[in-house]
Design a binder for this molecule. Structure first.
Ligand SMILES: [Mg+2]
Length: 274
């Protein structure tokens, strides 16, 4: 068995400005079932928003969902989601000073931050909308109040769809990278037997953690630059950049995930495109 892990928005899901191959999602669903693959979604989406994506785009249910930017892990078994309680205990043990309400109090007076709605928060995720034009001042103010006190990481990202800056505070042991590492360990898989596909922002962490990385063709420029930098420091990093294949798959989104999975031998038998 190999683990195929993928980000959702604009990686597996064709919800960006590039053209999508019409048969790609059906092909992905059938290839992940006909090959011996444990499918993991690693996403910023909550469970509810992941369910919405599954219904809207027709992607299959994963075996494991690392949701809420890695702060929650759930397994999908016999048609139901089962939370991974071991993960919660692992995070509490690994980040003993993490305290979401203390982080909340510490940044309460920072101008330009607005707490996100309740559905985007959880005990391991304290998230804000940030005024993107003032991000440098905001991040300096945040650093002064928080840095190093709560076993936290602060991850800033920019959503180009709606122009919003997003700031997530997470325990340093509960990110997209550490969640996927935990899943790999749980299933007894070496890092080199895990493929991770991404397109932007915080995908840099799992892409440079020793997994087999895939950039979909539409990966954003900043991520491509960051990968180049990381490779100069660690030339052994395995990163495949999808470019489109002669069989008609474009390399964008789902097609790029399929191309990457073939590249690393996760998918073996080529099926007829549907
Ligand atoms: Mg994405």
């Amino acid at each position: 068995m190999k683990i195929l892990a993928t980000d959702l928005d604009r990686t597996l899901l064709p919800n960006g400005e590039w053209p999508a191959d019409p048969g790609a999602i059906d092909l992905f669903n059938s290839l992940t079932r006909s090959n011996d693959v444990l499918l993991v979604y690693v996403t910023g989406r909550s469970l509810a928003l992941t369910e919405k994506a599954i219904a809207e785009f027709g992607v299959r249910y994963p075996d494991v969902l690392c949701g809420d930017v890695g702060t929650t892990i759930r397994k999908y078994k016999d048609g139901a989601w089962v939370p991974d309680d071991g993960w919660n205990a692992h995070v509490r043990r690994s980040s003993p000073r993490w305290d979401a309400s203390a982080v909340r109090d510490a940044v309460a007076d920072v101008d330009g931050l607005r707490e996100q709605e309740r559905e985007h928060l959880n005990p391991f995720k304290q998230s804000y909308y940030a005024d993107h034009a003032r991000r440098d001042d905001i991040l300096t103010a945040v650093d002064e109040r928080v840095k190093g006190q709560f076993d936290e990481v602060a991850i800033y990202s920019f959503d180009p769809q709606d122009g919003k800056g997003l700031l997530d505070f997470l325990p340093n042991s509960a990110t997209k990278q550490t969640a996927l590492e935990y899943v790999a360990d749980e299933y007894g898989q070496e890092r080199g037997d895990v493929v991770f596909c991404g397109d932007s922002g915080n995908d840099i962490f799992p892409l440079t953690a020793g997994f087999c990385g895939v950039l979909v063709r539409n990966a954003d420029e900043q991520l491509v630059e960051n990968i180049k930098k990381a490779r100069r420091l660690a030339p052994e990093l395995k990163i495949y950049h999808a470019k489109g294949q002669s069989d008609g798959l474009s390399g964008y989104y789902t097609s790029g995930v399929i191309e990457g999975a073939f590249h690393y031998g996760v998918f073996k038998a080529q099926e007829t495109a549907v």
